[in-house]
Design a protein. Structure first.
Length: 424
């Protein structure tokens, strides 16, 4: 086939007529399909059902004999911290096991910085006229929601396959003294699937920046691989210490997409100074996390090898869904050069770029046909995609036949939107 942009007007009109008929038939089917969020499927959640019977009615003590039903231990269960110390590359003394949501911890860290300042701050961030975060884009919409909600200015940084554009990060840090933070998803980045290189990580922790500049290193997909080719883990805290900036990085992680999404355990790792700073504020909020949930996770997962074995079972469920995305897009969009998409080696998303100016229209057409897709612009600060081209695909939740059906319908909507635009 010929690329859409190269088709003569008469052929474009014929194609629009055919696609319109196809779309009308799609609408008439009355579909109700949803590929908006990166949720684990029921089959994935079932892998962890054994957690619901743990730790047992009379088995509620840790290795030291402490009664975990009671208050205390703000650091979290040592056994579980030991398991995830290896996975997150954070020494156990510098790793906290906390509640069920890493997003909550990220929010709290930013709020505490706004109210109280960080180690190295001249004062609370809220006393500054402007506080700015760098936002690699396309990126994670819930990161951007935190900073927008708290009135923090956001500046986009283009993503590459090896992480954010370091030259642009360096330029922005040199030119803008209001920059205090940066969002990062270093492995299987949301939504592009990019994997940060060690070179990029070294640059991020080494560039000149204010003393209270912090990198929010959200390692959400550290063990969520789709093949046997596992990227080398980056010990970003050691790199930061070597660069003379030991306090620059907060590391986050969780079991939300490992065990039960609504009842997992979240982790925070950083320098000793940052951990002490966080605990000084967290102890005002809580007299300790849910250690019974942490115990059941430690018993269920056993060790780092157990985590990887468990994730291999996830992969058996998830990988065919990503293969379906690649197959449908290659068959439906590829011949017309109607879009480009990522083929991630892990994570939960595929990033699709359609023709400029067509994403919003395609998503609206899909919605009218009963196919819910993440809103256009979601992967950008303030939900403003300057090209109106990016669509985030979340293939994990629907059963495979429903996913394929949704993708087929979305492709019809994309092609129709692009032909409409070309015809003006």
């Amino acid at each position: 086939m010929t690329a859409l942009a190269e088709l003569p007007t008469a052929e474009l009109r014929q194609l629009r007529s055919r696609l319109s008929a196809e779309y009308d038939a799609l609408v008439a089917r009355g579909l109700s399909l949803d590929i908006t969020r990166g949720k684990p499927s029921p089959d994935q959640l079932d892998l962890s059902n054994a957690l619901l019977a743990l730790p047992g009615e009379e088995d509620y003590r840790d290795a030291t004999g402490a009664d975990l039903r009671n208050y205390g231990n703000p650091h979290g269960l040592p056994e579980l911290r030991g398991i995830f110390s290896d996975i997150l590359n954070v020494p156990v003394p510098q790793l906290l096991a906390l509640g069920n949501s890493s997003l909550t911890i990220m929010h709290d860290v930013v709020v505490h910085a706004m109210l109280h300042g960080l180690p190295g701050s001249e004062g609370p961030w809220s006393r500054e006229e402007t506080v700015t975060f760098l936002c690699p884009t396309p990126g994670y919409d819930r990161h951007f929601a935190i900073t927008e909600h708290l009135g923090i200015r956001m500046v986009s940084v283009p993503m590459t396959d090896a992480g954010p554009d370091i030259a642009e990060v360096e330029r922005l840090l040199a030119d803008d003294p209001t920059i205090r933070g940066m969002w990062c998803v270093p492995v299987h980045s949301n939504p592009t699937g990019a994997i940060y290189s060690e070179e990029v990580a070294r640059a991020l922790v080494s560039l000149p920046a204010p003393a209270d500049f912090r990198i929010f290193w959200d390692n959400a997909y550290a063990v969520h691989h789709l093949s046997d080719e596992v990227p080398p883990a980056i010990d970003v805290l050691s790199l930061a210490a070597e660069a003379g900036n030991p306090d620059r990085v907060f590391v986050f992680g969780s079991t939300s997409k490992v065990t039960l999404a609504g009842a997992g355990v979240a982790f925070l790792g950083s320098s000793a100074a940052n951990v002490s700073w966080y605990l000084s504020h967290a102890v005002v909020q809580s007299i300790g996390p849910d250690k019974i949930n942490q115990l059941r996770h430690a018993r269920f997962l056993r060790d780092a090898a157990g985590v990887h074995e468990h994730m291999a079972r996830h992969r058996e469920i998830v990988a065919p869904r990503f293969q379906a995305v690649a197959e449908v897009f290659a068959r439906r969009l590829g011949p017309y050069e109607a879009g480009t998409w990522t083929t991630p080696s892990g994570g939960y998303f595929v990033s699709l770029d359609v023709h400029d100016g067509c994403a919003q229209r395609a998503i609206a057409l899909a919605a009218n046909a009963g196919i819910a897709v993440t809103p256009a612009g979601s992967a950008f600060p303030y939900r403003k995609d300057p090209r109106d081209a990016n669509i985030r695909i979340a293939p994990t939740m629907p059963p495979l036949p429903e996913l394929v059906e949704a993708l087929e319908g979305l492709c019809t909507a994309i092609l129709l939107a692009e032909v409409e635009r070309l015809l003006g």
